[in-house]
Design a protein around this ligand. Structure first.
Ligand code: CO
Ligand code: CO
Length: 301
């Protein structure tokens, strides 16, 4: 039992630790197959964020009695297909009846204890990289309020479906110092977790942040999910945002993500080499800021 990380760790011996995590949520897209696959990618993300390799998973599902059986099956099939892509079996699980569907995985991974990547470990001078665009929360809220376009929904769905596997493998190969996945607490919440545990601060460049298409439009129209306001309340005291940024731009930074990217801290020379390797492999990584001595998170233009 240590400070909070992306998953629980149980060390078997000097050479092996198991990493265990559980995540599930209510539907965020209309397509049941995509919903199941996104929920699975999101659950596996915590394994990748620890620098571990997933080995198996269990289904956790709650399905309404009135939901047609084919739709429930599509959700589970979506999860199974994402597990297959990750190279792991789903070996069991549990389903109950509930008013609103819920789905996710218990995911189990393995890692050499010396290879574990924690939130603690970022060092002043490090470069911050992010492996997926931001804004999933505003766009899925736009979807619920009928104000997101088909193209915007398609783009964010594709992003949320992506496994963090290749980004994690690249991070490990290039000596990442600290890493976490950006999910419900948003960029500033999860960023703060790394900064606090590493006893450092972040300077994030707003204009360098990658956004899903439509995120800024919906943000400007104030299409924020409730979680964005909770995040602002909770993490706002640790963040200083450039006064030249609009209020909606502040809120965007606090927006919750689903199946978001890995936020990673690298020494400057490793940041260069990992970006080169990512380019060669067709993996997208964005430089979004740097690590500094002064505690707290500063978002600048
Ligand atoms: Co996580
Ligand atoms: Co999680």
């Amino acid at each position: 039992m240590d400070i909070a990380d992306d998953a629980a760790i149980y060390q078997i011996d000097d050479h092996m630790a198991i990493v265990i995590t559980l995540d599930f949520f209510t539907p965020i897209v209309d397509d049941p197959f995509a919903y199941g696959a996104i929920a699975a990618a999101n659950s596996l993300s915590d394994i990748y964020a620890m620098g571990a390799r997933p080995i198996l998973a269990l289904n956790v599902a709650a399905l309404p009695k009135k939901l047609p059986i084919e739709i429930g099956a599509e959700i589970i099939r979506g999860g199974a297909s994402k597990a297959r892509e990750a190279g792991i079996p789903i070996v069991g699980g549990h389903t109950i009846q509930d008013e609103e569907p819920k789905y996710g995985l218990v995911a189990v991974g393995m890692v050499h204890p010396q290879q574990l990547i924690r939130k603690r470990g970022a060092q002043p001078g490090d470069v911050l990289l992010l492996s997926k665009p931001l804004g999933a929360g505003v766009i899925t809220t736009g979807l619920m309020r009928d104000s997101a376009t088909h193209a915007e929904i398609a783009a964010v769905t594709e992003g949320m479906l992506m496994l963090n596997r290749r980004a994690s493998e690249l991070a490990l190969a290039h000596h990442v110092h600290a890493m976490t996945d950006v999910t419900g607490f948003g960029l500033l919440g999860h960023g703060w977790e790394i900064a606090e545990q590493s006893e450092v601060g972040f300077v994030i460049e707003f204009d360098a942040l990658p956004w899903y298409p439509g995120a800024k439009r919906l943000g400007e129209a104030w299409t924020f999910p409730g979680g964005a306001f909770d995040n602002k309340l909770f993490y706002g005291p640790h963040a200083t945002l450039d006064p030249s940024l609009e209020e909606w731009e502040h809120m965007l930074c606090f927006g919750p993500e689903t199946s978001g990217g890995l936020l990673m801290a690298f020494a400057p020379e490793d940041a260069k080499s990992v970006q080169e390797a990512a380019r060669d492999q067709g993996v997208q990584l964005w430089v979004i800021g740097r690590v500094v001595d002064e505690q707290g998170i500063l978002v600048v233009r």
